[in-house]
Design a protein around this ligand. Structure first.
Ligand code: ZN
Length: 136
């Protein structure tokens, strides 16, 4: 299934944990794998803590690693090379175990859609695989 996300800034971390958890609940899968992926080339999926200072630190890190308008070839085409390059560093998917019907997330872990070229209307795919039960 697909989540729809409307981002409001050029660079933004959107916490999508509760939407993903709701899809896991509706699936009624007790044990398995949940894959969270995005088909966009200027966005990513990451897992980390939802703390305001840390989110700003992540943005600062991306700015330091991939400054805007640093002479990129792709900027000649549509002027958003930094967005693509940041998305490369973040990755387009995350996989999580589903156990006893719930996502296996640590206490402080949250799932983020990482917008690198907003604001835009975006989609995130949530794919659930049920694990077979093996007899001992
Ligand atoms: Zn582009």
């Amino acid at each position: 299934m697909q989540l729809k996300i409307d981002t409001s800034k050029r660079v933004e971390l959107v916490d999508i944990t509760s939407q993903v958890q709701e899809e896991v609940r509706k699936s009624e899968i007790p044990e398995g794998i949940c894959l969270i992926s995005t088909r966009h080339t200027t966005a990513g999926i990451i897992i980390n803590e939802n703390e305001t200072g840390l989110k700003d630190d992540i943005m600062d890190l991306l700015n330091r690693l991939v400054p805007a308008s640093a002479g990129y070839r792709h900027d000649l085409l549509d002027n958003n090379a930094d967005s693509h390059l940041r998305a490369v560093l973040l990755g387009a998917s995350e996989g999580l175990p589903v156990s006893e019907g719930k996502l296996e997330l640590g206490t402080w872990q949250r799932i983020f859609f990482a917008e690198m070229d907003g604001p835009r209307s975006r989609t995130v795919n949530v794919t659930l695989l049920r694990a077979e039960r093996y007899k001992e």
